[in-house]
Design a protein around this ligand. Sequence first.
Ligand code: IMP
Ligand code: MG
Length: 175
Amino acid sequence: MAKIGNREFVTFITSRELQMRVKSMAEELTADYRGKDPLFLIILNGAFMFATDLLKEIKIPARLSFIKVASYRGTESTGEICELIGLSENLKDKDVILVDDIIDTGLTMKKVMDKVREEKPASVKIVSLLLKPDAFGNQFDVDYVGFTIPNDFVVGYGLDYDGYGRNLKDLYKLK
Ligand code: IMP
Ligand code: MG
């Protein structure tokens, strides 16, 4: 059990289980991208721990870069504005792999994908450690999923509750 902020969390997926699954995802990516020149775009902050473990097990040449999504309300005519911070690479004709911690409603990933596609990459695939299908409802393909989980709030292994818990090595869920 872990107390984070004012809430109690119980162990949901252990570090050992996470490591095993992440390793097998890396093996799949290694096989699928052999002979290519993939660029991993890691979405901060949540994906940092997952991406670290995943990339250590990728056995082909690969580049990586970190991006952050900033959303803010624009004017009435522009609606919500989404900006990708940190994207300095030229993505044209590249095989891009987006790495995130969790897809819940899918709104964040959809925005990132739209922005990335504007740069005309050769391909864009999505890797997410976690997927909550209840909220997401299959709006687009998530190409590599670590664990499909129920609609519970989870924390640890990069994911936070009110800024805390990202450093925990196991994944917890709300008690
Ligand atoms: P989405 O845009 O609804 O798919 O959610 C995107 C972001 O919400 C994720 O990248 C997380 O930062 C956060 N999030 C969604 N569900 C959880 C959760 O259970 N725990 C911690 N963060 C979450
Ligand atoms: Mg995230």
